[in-house]
Write a protein that binds this ligand. Structure first.
Ligand SMILES: N[C@@H](CCC(=O)N[C@@H](CS)C(=O)NCC(=O)O)C(=O)O
Length: 217
């Protein structure tokens, strides 16, 4: 049975699940949920995901939402892969950083992604809200200092191996330039994101995430 992934590819939350599926060589069917058209609110989709947000995974009768849970499910399809280590402490470390992403990193990055990317894409051109950006900047620096410190002396977030933590945390950085993330002071984060970008699965996913020109206008 083919795993179905319901995604709106420009979003980092879609990118991370698509990139992991590519990295693991899992054959997933991508089902576009076009947020610009409000497809997340269609009754058929809302029956799968009552949050009316994407991504959502469907594998037979299993339906799973929340991107980090989806990452764990995909990783468990390849138990030999080191992206979700079997060792208890190593696994907890990966999980810890996935929780941290959801609690701190994602909300900080999301402010910039919303103001500079989602607003123009979903609602037409509009000026960024400076008060929201000021709060976002504070939250971004607070979280980025922690992540940058963690990456010092480590190739990836939890050590020498690529794990789910890298997919969870690294996806938002694809928007760093167009969403004006204040990432300049964080050399470790930039070095690590460069390593992720060089992965064949990352490159493949970036290509899949480009919106068709007509649809993006
Ligand atoms: N914590 C969720 C967040 C999902 C989420 O907020 N998705 C957004 C797009 S990035 C969405 O579908 N928004 C549609 C809407 O709010 O109507 C996850 O990681 O899966």
């Amino acid at each position: 049975m083919t795993i179905e992934l319901y995604v709106f590819p420009p979003s980092p939350r879609a990118f991370k699940v698509m990139a992991l599926a590519n990295h693991l060589g899992l054959d997933c069917a991508l089902r576009m949920i076009d947020l610009r058209k409000g497809e997340q609110k269609a009754p058929q989709y809302a029956a799968l995901n009552p949050n009316m947000r994407m991504p959502t995974l469907k594998d037979g009768d299993l339906v799973l939402w929340e991107s980090n849970a989806i990452l764990q499910y995909l990783a468990l399809r390849r138990p030999d892969s080191s992206v979700f280590p079997a060792d208890e402490r190593a696994r907890l470390d990966v999980t810890r950083w996935q929780f941290w992403e959801l609690a701190h990193w994602d909300p900080a990055c999301a402010v910039f992604a919303f103001e500079y990317v989602a607003k123009p894409l979903l609602f037409g051109k509009s000026e960024p809200d400076q008060a929201a950006l000021a709060k976002g900047t504070e939250a971004f620096h607070r979280a980025a200092k922690v992540l940058d410190g963690q990456l010092a002396g480590r190739k990836f977030v939890t050590g020498d191996n690529l794990t789910l933590a890298d997919f969870s945390l690294g996806a938002a950085l694809n928007l760093a330039e167009i969403a004006h993330f204040p990432v300049e002071p964080y050399g470790e984060i930039q070095r690590w994101h460069g390593t992720l970008r060089a992965l064949p699965a990352w490159q493949k996913t970036l290509a899949q995430c480009a919106l068709p020109a007509a649809a993006a206008a």
